[in-house]
Design a protein around this ligand. Structure first.
Ligand SMILES: Nc1ncnc2c1ncn2[C@@H]1O[C@H](COP(=O)(O)OP(=O)(O)OP(=O)(O)O)[C@@H](O)[C@H]1O
Length: 455
């Protein structure tokens, strides 16, 4: 039983790819399906009640066999029978069906778009973030009540996103009816661009319904919507509507409102209505504590010398601190060696170069792009060819050329020794798409600012 539930997402995705189901039918029919129970070879799948009119019959006719085949292939069951039931016709239960409820619960988490690792439990409190953490906890404990909006600001990689997700997790755990939505300002903008492009009122009403009928809205990196007229306008109304309904808003930015140069006064004043909290650079003790936490969470046991070496040398950014830690661990694993100070020095020789001004290299661009798209630099230099990887790979090629004029040959080298014609093709592809794709334009714009904030 567990195998079907555990692999349910994979089963749906496999049906999508194997049977060439395109996005719209997939999102309409397959994605909302949940497993209610598995009884021997009989699998009961729940169809949302809104689909009553055609849902059960249509889904059964079109997807029953593909689902049965895929379930058998992926779980090793010899045979199975899928039965579809409307949510409203489920038998009344006195006891909760835990696996089904868990899936429903998980959907709420999934809809909120959260990283499961970013919680208050894993957030190390130090003098640099004590105030922001306390403010975040107060807001999590009584959303919409105390500080609205909560505005968190600080430099790159210092824990703003982690803290925002912690608030969202806390609220979801403590209030099972609460609807929470986390978005980056880029996602908000791109969704709006898409809605406007569709050009119909239904799409716009849906967009508004989505953003205005929630209890907690978290918008990360708000600085990227400044200057984007229609996004600003829509966000302004979203803000007002939520705020007047006493719904909690949490915003993050790289600067406080007073220092955001081209921010309109109506935003500045609203952002200052609630509480403004900053996160600054972590001191040595906090850096040590974060590294120890990483060590503990990964079940490592590393010599104190190594931890001190990393904490002493990486000061400006917790993301880089974690990156350095991971690099040392990866180095040890690769060479099958103990983690010694010597090995750490060797592994970090390119990162630790005291007092050297940060130069933008192809490797740096690739790492920023990878993080932005939620993949790893190794994925981008590897051989995978699915769209989740190919697109960011081509974006990296384009940005290396655009920002630092890297020769095609060197871009290819930094991306797993690809030849220059592949790189040229990748760059042209992005240039062509930029002609018509406003979402991509927005993303490229944000990436350029992330890579070179001064540029
Ligand atoms: N106090 C902390 N305790 C534990 N981990 C932390 C802490 N602060 C940051 N981190 C970790 O550092 C990494 C970067 O943090 P995060 O993404 O939250 O930064 P950010 O301020 O949102 O950066 P950006 O502005 O670039 O989006 C994450 O992996 C996060 O878990």
């Amino acid at each position: 039983m567990d195998a079907v539930i555990e692999k349910w997402e994979e089963i749906l995705q496999t049906v999508k790819s194997e049977y060439e189901v395109t996005d719209v039918p997939f999102n309409t029919w397959l994605k909302p399906l949940k497993v209610y129970e598995v009884d021997g070879k009989l699998i009961t799948v729940v169809v949302p009640s809104e689909q009553a009119a055609i849902g059960v019959n249509y889904i059964s006719k079109r997807y029953k066999i593909p689902l049965q085949v895929t379930i058998c292939v992926l779980t090793g069951m010899e045979e199975c029978e899928v039965r579809f039931v409307l949510e409203k016709d489920l038998p009344k239960k006195t006891e909760k069906n835990t696996s089904y409820d868990k899936q429903v619960q998980d959907t709420r988490y999934e809809e909120a778009h959260l990283n499961p690792k970013y919680t208050f439990d894993t957030f190390v409190v130090g003098s640099n973030n004590k105030f922001a953490q306390a403010a975040a906890l107060a807001v999590a404990e009584s959303p919409g009540d105390t500080y609205n909006p909560l505005f968190i600001y600080g430099g790159a990689g210092l824990g703003k996103t982690h803290l925002m997700h912690s608030i969202a997790h806390f609220i979801l755990e403590h209030d099972e009816n609460s609807h929470v939505l986390y978005v980056t300002s880029e996602e908000f903008t791109n969704e709006l661009i898409e809605t406007i492009r569709n050009g119909n009122n239904t799409a716009m009403s849906k967009f508004r319904e989505k953003y205005r009928n929630i209890d907690v809205l978290l918008v990360d990196d708000i600085q990227f919507i400044i200057g984007k007229e229609s996004t600003q306008e829509e966000f302004f109304h979203t803000f007002n509507s939520l705020h007047s309904a006493k719904k909690q808003i949490i915003i993050s930015s790289d600067k406080p409102p007073k220092d955001m140069e081209i921010l309109e006064e109506r935003f500045r004043s609203r952002f200052e209505w609630g509480l403004i909290a900053d996160i600054t650079l972590p001191d040595y003790e906090t850096r040590m504590a974060i590294l120890h936490k990483n060590e503990e969470m990964n079940g490592y046991n590393i010599s104190e010398d190594v931890i001190k070496y990393i904490a002493t040398n990486i000061k400006s950014n917790i993301r880089e601190l974690e990156g350095a830690f991971n690099k040392v661990m990866a180095g040890a694993k690769l060479e099958k060696k103990e983690v010694t100070l010597e090995l750490a020095e060797q592994a970090l020789k390119d990162i630790i170069s005291p007092d050297e001004k940060k130069v933008i290299t192809p490797e740096y661009i690739i790492s920023v792009v990878a993080e932005h798209y939620g993949v790893t630099p190794a994925d981008l230099s590897g051989n995978k060819r699915n769209s989740k990887i190919v697109m960011p790979r081509q974006v990296s090629m384009y940005l290396c050329r655009e920002i630092i004029s890297t020769p095609l040959k060197n871009i290819g080298k930094a991306l797993g020794n690809r030849d220059h014609t592949t790189v040229m093709h990748g760059i042209e592809k992005i240039e062509n798409e930029l002609q018509n794709d406003d979402n991509l334009k927005n993303t490229i714009d944000i990436l350029k600012k992330k890579i070179n904030p001064q540029g």
